[in-house]
Design a binder for this molecule. Structure first.
Ligand SMILES: [Zn+2]
Length: 142
């Protein structure tokens, strides 16, 4: 079951918004929140949240062979809660390397890692390329 980026974002919108709020977005401070978006045998998507991160780092729980809790991981995400102009909103070099070099995030159905910032939702593909997928408010206002 392969989903498009927009399908994944739309069906996970409530959980993504909750993670965004939990990360306490502000011009300074805040901390990263994130998770895996997984699919069950019936094609139903759900979110498995990670432990709270720090201001610019978050650790992933084990996800061997692109599975967690027996379900295929179709995407992962984390927030960039610092909304000040001094902070980088787009994926950092560390983000890109982490996504690209994670051999357990190369599953058949894995699309990539979403980075949710105040303005845009980015997608880092397993190749390391990233692009803007949608304006964050378009997802959150649904
Ligand atoms: Zn990041």
């Amino acid at each position: 079951m392969k989903f498009s980026a927009i399908e994944i974002l739309q069906s996970s919108a409530a959980e993504l918004k909750q993670a965004w709020l939990d990360s306490e977005p502000n011009v300074s401070g805040g901390h990263e929140e994130g998770g895996f978006i997984v699919v069950d045998d019936f094609g139903v998507l759900s979110v498995v949240r990670w432990e709270k991160g720090t201001q610019n780092e978050i650790l992933l729980p084990p996800h061997r062979n692109c599975f967690v809790n027996g379900k295929d991981i179709v995407a992962s995400f984390h927030t960039h809660p610092n909304t000040g102009a001094d902070f980088q909103q787009e994926p950092s070099l560390t983000d890109i390397r982490a996504a690209r070099d994670d051999f357990d995030l190369k599953g058949e159905f894995y699309l990539g890692e979403f980075v949710v910032s105040q303005e845009n939702v980015y997608l880092i593909e397993p190749s390391g390329l990233f692009s803007v997928i949608v304006k964050t408010e378009e997802i959150f206002e649904r």
